[in-house]
Design a binder for this molecule. Sequence first.
Ligand code: ZN
Length: 364
Amino acid sequence: MHRSKPRPDLRVTKSSTKTISEGACERSRAPFDFGLAARSCLVGASLFFGLTACATNAAADPAVTAASPSPIEQFQAKEARLFEIGYRLGTANASYCDNGQPSLGLLLHDVRAYGQAEAIRSLLGLRGDIGVQAVAQGSPAQLAGIRQNDTLLAIDGQEIEDRPDTRKDWQRAAKLRDTIDASAGDGSVMLAWIDASGTRTEATLLPVSSCASTFELLSGDDGAAADGTRVLVGESFPGFAYTDEEFAAVLAHEMAHNLLGHIPYLAENGKGDMRARNSERDADRLMPWLLANAGYDPAAATRMMQRFGPRHGGGLLRRRTHDGWDERVEFIATEVSKIEKFRQEITGLSVDWRTNFEPFLKID
Ligand SMILES: [Zn+2]
């Protein structure tokens, strides 16, 4: 396994308490590839902080339970879908990524980071503060029997409540993540959790390899972007209405930026001389390869662009860094043909883009 910095899927917010108290509306830190020029109530924040910062967010009243899912549950469903598809893309392509990370397929959250922790604990049926936000299909976490809205109790035999370094603030989740990261990097993590009925279970989880890119849902945004290590998707992103494979295509485009090292390269060398445009072309062109390995139809990348492009990718909103959507479709279709040819010649479903994909943007 290639490892740069082990980072399993325990995704926590990295925002500061300053952001919470200010609740200021700022531009997102990463330019959106998909979606319009959205303004965000929060920068790089998740629901946990979005609840407190965006006063108009309907999720601010999590105790309201009607027949339809509450905003909290809707957010959880979106985050679980994002996490599921991201896990699938990341693990299926792990053998071709330069940088990998161990993954448990487990996404945790800390209810203390919400504005109304007790109400959210009650709504989700949690028995403690550290809830299971999502478990990916076929992941080590699922195979161990962990389910959404179970509650994490202990890591490597140490009860979370007894940990001296876990103050009940936003830093706690980050510290728990680091603890799990460290154990996963050593090859295994022992977790104890409790379900809604009160049954406690303990198991040792063996992480699997994944490409080094996490997937995070942002409150108050409607775009999708990559920042080098994370794929960031706004909760109002139109792609949530797409089929799984077309939504996966968007995520694959953003993940491609991270896998191909575009973000630090452009930051260091600038976006001129076709560098930004070629990075976009390469992210588009790698999409179908990433999809194919994850078991999605690679042509879904073409369909996504045909759906998204006419509505969002042309006219006044077109940016100079991106080709027109019809040109993007052509670039993607060329790669889809290559993949189909490759599959006819090579036995097996996996397509080695590390060897067979030729980037326009040359990064050493
Ligand atoms: Zn892009």
